[in-house]
Each structure stands twice: as structure tokens, then as C-alpha cells.
Design a protein around this ligand. Structure first.
Ligand SMILES: C[S@@+](CC[C@H](N)C(=O)[O-])C[C@H]1O[C@@H](n2cnc3c(N)ncnc32)[C@H](O)[C@@H]1O
Length: 156
């Protein structure tokens, strides 16, 4: 994520799980930045809560519970990491449409999917779905051996 995250950004770790990336993201955004760690599962957010409690990044990480309607976030973000989570979402069109509304004008979404579990065909269908709701394919960063796409808001 290094090339995509800068100090002062507001970033979303979507489907954060137990926070494998959340703490590194919190270091990258610095003292003026903000990380929203979002997941469907309360238990995952509790794990992150206990990891950050009492650390220097505690006050720049917000734990956010998604619900069955979606992410339901009220603020806009500069960057979204969706690591190994998109294939778990039944309504990918709804997910990407919501991400397009959450994203700031120059915001980016990095989708990383697992290499074997997600086929090339399924991954390309995911990218097409994102394109259809206003997120443009900006390239395919290499994060071996995963399937990766960088998305940004389509300019009208
Ligand atoms: C395979 S884990 C990946 C966790 C983390 N991103 C990582 O790479 O270590 C997928 C996570 O996505 C979460 N998830 C699944 N559907 C979700 C949804 N609709 N909204 C938010 N999180 C979701 C799951 O609860 C789970 O924690």
C-alpha cells in the first residue's frame, strides 16, 4: 500500500479482519491521518481494539461496524484497501456503487484478491462490475501472487 497512502489521508481498511494491515496503514497516515477499520464482524473489530489500545496510533483508528445494508459510512475517504474481501460479497455492484460515493474525487480503491480461490474470469467480472458503477480501472499493480486492480472515480 506504500505508494498509495500518504500522510494526512483518511483511509478505509474494508473487511479489515483482525487488522493485519490496519496498524501499518495507521503508521503511514501519520499523526494527522485517520484509518477507518471496517468489518461485518464485531469480534474482528474487538481484536483490533485490543491491539491498538494504549499505542500511539489508538486515536487515529476508528472501528466501524458494517451492516447488512452496506458500509454505511458518513465520511469520504482518500483510499480504500479491500484485501481478500470482495469475493465474499454477494452484491458486488452494490459494494462498488457505495465505494464510488464514499471516495473523494481523486480517491483510489485497491482490490486484492487471492490467486487460486478467485479465478481470472471471476476477477475480471469483478472489475467490469466496478467499471459499470463508475470506478475506472487505473491499472494492475503487482502484488504477487494475488489478483490486483487499482480503481479510481471515473471523470465525467
Ligand atoms: C478473508 S478476511 C480478510 C481480512 C483482512 N482484509 C486481511 O487480508 O487480513 C475477509 C473479511 O471481510 C469481512 N467481510 C465480509 N463481508 C463483509 C462486508 N459485507 N462488509 C464488511 N466486511 C466484510 C469478513 O468479516 C472478514 O473479516
Amino acid at each position: 500500500m506504500g505508494p498509495f497512502i500518504e500522510e494526512g489521508m483518511t483511509v478505509l481498511d474494508l473487511g479489515c479482519g483482525p487488522g493485519f494491515f490496519t496498524l501499518d496503514m495507521a503508521q503511514m497516515v501519520g499523526t494527522s491521518g485517520h484509518v477507518i477499520a471496517a468489518d461485518l464482524q464485531d469480534g474482528m473489530l474487538q481484536i483490533i481494539g485490543s491491539k491498538i489500545r494504549g499505542t500511539e496510533v489508538a486515536d487515529r483508528v476508528t472501528l466501524h461496524k458494517c451492516d447488512e445494508h452496506g458500509i454505511s459510512l458518513s465520511e469520504t475517504v482518500d483510499f480504500v484497501l479491500a484485501f481478500y474481501m470482495v469475493h465474499e460479497i454477494p452484491d458486488q455492484q452494490g459494494l462498488f456503487a457505495e465505494l464510488a460515493t464514499i471516495l473523494k474525487p481523486n480517491g483510489r480503491v485497491l482490490v486484492v484478491e487471492p490467486p487460486f480461490h478467485v479465478s481470472k474470469k471471476a476477477f475480471e467480472t469483478t472489475v467490469t462490475t466496478a467499471n459499470e458503477v463508475g470506478l475506472t480501472d487505473l491499472g494492475r499493480p503487482r502484488i504477487f501472487p494475488n489478483k490486483v486492480v487499482l480503481l479510481g472515480k471515473a471523470l465525467h
